[in-house]
Design a protein around this ligand. Structure first.
Ligand SMILES: [Zn+2]
Length: 237
């Protein structure tokens, strides 16, 4: 799949993606993601962009509605949230504040007795707690892992930064600075390695041309299989 990002003032960034198995132009909206226009593989990207411009009122209305729908709770009473290195769980305590306790790989968030974990306030609190946990894990793990893979496969990259990116798992700049999404810590190791290798391949090939795919396939074995598995995960949670 190939894609290109455009910007429409009233809508923001949109992604135009080429798909082999489609004959029509379709707009796809997902909470927390930029609008996507899917076009047939042989159609120029600009046509997808013009289609989105034509439909911008529709996109705006539906994106606004989607933004109002509540995301699914991340953690409830008796459930767990798994990051690469921690398992987050909840419990209650007879105090008025929310505290966290770490015991080995388990982090427990204690809520005041009688409170509902499903409330907007508590879900917001849980999300921001998990986000900071992911950020900490990502900052300790991802730069080192990237350097390790770079050495192993003979790549050279400059700075490695970790951010809370909304639409991409990672990126590589023209001067080979690599930017990685902290949400990689929600993926299994082989998929986060795959993203890192993808960005490392960009230090040699800036576009997604044949040489890029040849190199990535050589390093990871089967790019398509990884991309398919990756689709099961959403960047935002
Ligand atoms: Zn890429």
């Amino acid at each position: 799949m190939k894609s290109k990002t455009y910007s429409i003032p009233s809508v923001g960034d949109i992604l135009v993606c080429k798909h082999f198995n489609t004959k029509r132009l379709t707009i796809k909206l997902k909470a927390g993601e930029n609008p996507k226009v899917v076009i047939p593989a042989l159609m120029p990207f600009d046509m997808g962009f013009r289609f989105a411009v034509e439909k911008q009122e529709w996109i705006k209305d539906h994106a606004a509605k989607l933004a109002q729908t509540k995301p699914a709770p991340v953690l409830l009473n008796g459930t767990f949230f798994q990051t690469r290195f921690h398992q987050v769980q909840s419990a209650f305590h007879p105090h008025k504040n929310v505290v966290s306790r770490k015991n080995g790989n388990t982090v427990t968030l204690f809520f005041p007795e009688g409170e509902s974990l499903e409330s907007d306030k508590n879900q917001k609190l849980i999300r921001s707690f998990i986000l900071e946990l992911l950020r900490k894990e990502a900052k300790t793990y991802l730069p080192g892992r990237t350097r390790q893979l770079a050495v192993q496969f003979g790549f050279q990259c400059k700075n490695i930064t970790v951010k809370n990116l909304k639409t991409r798992w990672g990126s590589c700049s023209a001067i080979n600075n690599i930017n990685l999404n902290l949400h990689l810590m929600r993926l299994p190791e082989h998929l986060s390695d795959f993203i890192i290798l993808h960005e490392l391949c960009h230090t040699r090939h800036k576009n997604h041309g044949a040489q890029f795919h040849e190199l990535l396939n050589k390093l990871c074995g089967d790019e398509k299989r990884y991309n398919k598995e990756l689709k099961k995960y959403h960047i935002q949670f």
